[in-house]
Design a binder for this molecule. Sequence first.
Ligand SMILES: [Zn+2]
Length: 659
Amino acid sequence: LKTCLHFLRHAAGVTALAASAFALRQEPAAALGVDPAAPRARELLLELTSTTRLAGTSGSQVGAAIVAKHLEAAGWKVEFDEREVLLSLPRRTSVSIFDSSAARDATLRRMASFDPDAIPPNDLPLFNAWTASGVVRAKVVDVGYGLRADFERLRAAKVELKGAIALARYGKAYRGVKAQLAEEFGCVGVLLFTESSEDGGEKGPVWPKGPWKPDWDAQRGSILPVSNAPGDPSTPNGASGRPGEKCERLSLDEARARLPKIPCTPIGARDARAILLRLSRDANDKPLGPGPVEVELDIDAPLALRRIVNVHARLAGETDELVIAGSHRDAWVRGAHDSGSGCVGLIRAAEHLGARAKSGWKPRASLQLSFWDAEEHGLIGSTEWGEANSKLLRDKCLAYVNSDASVSGVNFGASGTPGLLGTVRAVAERSRTADGARSLWEDWSARAKEGQPSLGLPGAGSDDAVFAHHLCVPVLNVGFSGNEGGQYHTSFDDFGMVERFLDPGFVGHEMLGAFVAELLAEMASRPSAGFDVAEAADAMARHARAAADAQLASAEQAELMASAFEQCSRAAREAPLNASARPHRFYALFENAEPLESRPWFRNTLWAPALENGYGVETFPHLRRASEEARAKHIEFVAQRASQAVQRLSAPSNGSSGN
Ligand SMILES: [Zn+2]
């Protein structure tokens, strides 16, 4: 049945492409199942994308069973971690466009419904999770990208924002920030769309002819304020319980107070055009508004407690120290790329490592693979599990490796917390490119700025957030890229998109599986997963110096922090830390007893996700908001901890929090 359904789903694409290479390569329906000549990754992705895998639906359960089956077959011990969390799922969305306030009949109306309890669930309509429910009709204002600067510019120009519906473009910031700002500036609704110049017809042929976004489809996605606190919004102070288990939970009204209060939905570029055409113009003849066009938004998206399932697989090592790799297994629709690619890569890694274990190999540290649920709603599965196991993780977890939407080609790349680049390098140097011509390290270096790969600093865009920001565990994100399309969070992020455009031949998927297997084996074999304090301290010294340029600190204050980090780096190079020291707890040394104003969940004081650009980071967040006196105190604290870091890490009672 699965095979048949899959064929039907792609039949339309096949017809439209009669003469293309795809049609030639595509086998008849019967062969869409197991093909012994095809890469294993292809077979896994085909199976995984057989249904919509939205968190809290039956499709998610199917996905959990598929993942578990393959992990068990590979020899790993599997656990289903079920949790009850608050989710926002759509039931009905309608968007109607009226030419003016006087118009009674809509010029255009789109309606979509969804039954979260259907088995199997249908493909998910256009939807922003955590939108408020309700009906509003109002004049529309074009708010550009919906950044603070956009709203302030409009306010300065005396454009009436109060009571209007904001039409904002996707891009430049996390979508939740746009919704939050629209609300702050008095708007009563938000419409989000992507310019076709960014990922649609202006880039090239649209789906199914090419990989770009057709103007009827749009980017789904969460608008949960994750930079304030990711995870279940009804359990901000701890973990959500297993089904039936008691936990400290806000009432629905209390939770609502922390969520968007106005309706918000994505629309296709075609509908955005219909609205823009009907807006009054500014002095430069650009669409602006408000009105005369009006939009009526009618959204029914109830909040409800639903069951999510993280799937964990474990391979016991010689010690109970842990190295974890994870990918989210939920998706907005089929999620073949986001994050089917990450899941398939991890299952392939499980198969490689399982085969090694069968031939007698045992890792030093224990290995865990986690397939997170409800990432798309706001990093919920990983956050709640991380909170529930924070003591264990602070004590035993050496590193976390994330893989989200991680294959769209064969070009290797990694990002994460400084300190792990050396370990990545060791593995990349002995891994080869697809054509075997050079090492992945040489290949990555050739593409890197000034030929020097670097890890940057991790934000809060995926499941590594709880590890990096709440538990102060070093993290990595790894993947293979190179190809592009407009599929992000759309209905055509499916198997066909990956096979035809993102990773033809599934070469990148197989490379990811092999690389993650090697990386986990390497990390498990090294004390502290190979975390290098000198490398981390050098990176933080550079960020500390940059703090003066960003006017977070005076030149002397920045120098005080930077030279303390350099002192730490020197000490770590001169006397390398022995195995009993816990260098991977380096970042935990900078956890502050004083929580970050308005977002105490973020305990890493060296950097945090930027509040208004969502996916990016801001360094030294305490220096951005506190009083001058508090800033000076914090600078003292950072400098003191940095200069004592090596000593503190080596001390026998270094504890788990570093405080
Ligand atoms: Zn993702």
